[in-house]
Design a protein around this ligand. Sequence first.
Ligand code: ADP
Ligand code: NI
Length: 216
Amino acid sequence: MNKDQTLAEARGFAKLELGRDSSGHDWQHTARVARTACALARREGADVFICELAAVLHDVADEKLNPSKEEGLQKVENWLQRQQVEASALDHVMQIIGNMSYGGGQGGTLPTLEGRVVQDADRLDALGAVGIARTFAYAGWKGSLIFDPELKPRETMSKEQYRNERSTAINHFYEKLLRLKDLMNTEAARELARERHAYMEAYLEQFYRELEPELE
Ligand code: ADP
Ligand code: NI
């Protein structure tokens, strides 16, 4: 099977698996990550096929959509084997999707440029106007509040406290979103992250302004 056919099959598989998930992992998230990954790969000189294939499959194994991350990864690996994807490409894609998540994975920098590109593409989709939309969609899915004025500045809270139900959509900006700009691996992603970061800061300023309306 050639690369274009493999990618077309992978898109079909991911669409079917992700369905209409409303936790921020729907097919359109994957489609955006794949487009961004291709653009970053071209700019950074990474292997575009590997980046696109890993991006298309990256959330199929997500633990939110599977009984466990291991089972999710096994499902993707079995699928790649059935497509007769070359062993080196299969290993590379599995290595990327098994290690790219923000909280999990191996923590450090991903060992290949392709992994760093796909990770950047996924992180970029958590930023800007799209990232804001996904944050509120996720908070609704999880049953969290939009905002809680009682919640004290986030840096003083422990990770455990963040994880409990007191965390809010607005809090998620401080827990994660505003930190992502400095975690980008590639220069091309940093360039895209700057504008999206500034947009989120402006959004938060406006949000707080609306809490204390002032009339002339
Ligand atoms: P991905 O695996 O695609 O990077 P995540 O599973 O971490 O995404 O989260 C899906 C989306 O929901 C992202 O946009 C993320 O920023 C957002 N999100 C994750 N955790 C929370 C939370 N506790 N509150 C609000 N939004 C969240
Ligand atoms: Ni994702």
